[in-house]
Design a binder for this molecule. Sequence first.
Ligand code: DQA
Length: 144
Amino acid sequence: MHILVINGPNINMLGIREPDIYGKSTYADLCDVIKNKADEMNITVELFQSNHEGSIVDKIQEALGKADGIVINPAAYTHTSVAILDALKAVQIPTCEVHISDVNTREDFRKISYVGMYAEKTIAGYGFDGYIMAMEYLKEKYGK
Ligand code: DQA
């Protein structure tokens, strides 16, 4: 099984940005957590982070026929991007949405998720563990 893990804008600033909300660990730490878990689960992962909406759309399109599942934290694009929603709907790859923070208990604008209109599961508020939970969900349901 191959899973594509996509992180959106400012996730590369983990460890620096708002540590009270997102913690002190870095994006490199997050990548290590995901790669170690993938090895343990006997699956392959590709990690992708971009601050650009179109690059994320391109990456989703390129995953067609390659990825068996997508784990995505669209970050701020969660709340704005019809383009990312449409790309996911186009490729029809099983998708889990992840947020490090609990978006439902923050500002009202964070309660709207376009990606959540396609994702079969949303995990929010579990920090880095949310990515692991999403990988386990996809492996359980679609693993081969
Ligand atoms: C986030 C939550 C978003 O509202 C925010 O814009 C982010 C990160 C999270 O992981 O908690 O950049 O997706």
